[in-house]
Design a protein around this ligand. Structure first.
Ligand code: ZN
Length: 250
């Protein structure tokens, strides 16, 4: 009886200590958040997986910015630009997956993107990394920002999409998200050079490379590459060209 009594006493003490700690924590954070924290710790992986597969919200203000852009560019059509986002990203994903620039080398729409993609592919080849983007589906697009200065206008677009992603250099990631379709968001930038004379002083913002040798071109007009002599077609400046893209997952 004495032993059992001692055991019960110890259990009662432990119970009281746990209760006191719980009440203190509950006072600090509230009952619900304690439950949430506990389940978060327990289900950390499943929460990461839920986030991975949760459709992301769009990050933009199209209603506000569209009229401002139309005031400057009367023929601006946001749906046309959104379709460019989709086409360009798919072309870029394919090039990365194939580790080949063959299909984008002479693609007029990717004229400002070419050298960056080529460099990325060179890195993937050197590190022997294989990346795949399968079953790409776009959801929504929104205009995130608009800027007009020094002869060029820049539009930033936020887009939500999903795909099966794999990268064989990251085994941990591969295992965690195996067979799950990733829901993500991308930010892309488009530029329109409306005044070439002003723009010349501001060319450092982005460069165009020779499709043959990769050297940066000194001029936007037609001519021959200074390095390898390849004839470069004149660039139609009156167009929205993609200049950057990046994943905006969190
Ligand atoms: Zn060249």
């Amino acid at each position: 009886m004495g032993f059992l009594g001692a055991c019960l006493g110890i259990l009662a003490c432990l119970g009281i200590i746990i209760l006191v700690i719980y009440i203190k924590l509950a006072k600090m954070f509230g009952h619900e958040s304690i439950k949430e924290i506990a389940s978060a710790i327990k289900n950390f992986r499943s929460i990461e997986q839920q986030e991975y597969t949760r459709e992301k919200s769009i990050n933009g203000m199209t209603k506000l910015l569209e009229p401002v852009i139309i005031r400057d560019f009367g023929d601006f059509n946001k749906d046309f630009l959104f379709s460019k986002v989709e086409k360009n990203l798919v072309k870029i994903f394919n090039a990365i997956e194939e580790k080949s620039v063959d299909d984008i080398r002479n693609d007029n729409e990717l004229i400002y993107m070419y050298s960056a993609i080529r460099d990325k592919i060179t890195d993937l080849k050197n590190d022997n990394i294989n990346i795949k983007y399968d079953e790409v589906i776009f959801h929504r697009h929104a205009i995130k920002s608009y800027l007009k200065s020094s002869g060029k206008a820049t539009i930033t677009i936020s887009s939500t999409l999903e795909y099966y992603y794999s990268n064989d250099s990251n085994r941990r990631l591969e295992k965690k998200f195996k067979d799950l379709k990733k829901q993500t968001r991308y930010t892309t930038e488009f530029v329109y050079v409306y005044d070439e004379t002003q723009f010349k002083y501001n060319q450092k913002a982005f460069t165009i490379s020779c499709p043959n040798c990769g050297a940066p071109l000194q001029q936007l007009g037609a001519g021959n590459c200074q390095y390898c002599g390849t004839y470069i077609e004149p660039i139609n400046l009156k167009n929205w060209y993609m200049i950057s893209y990046k994943e905006d997952y969190k």
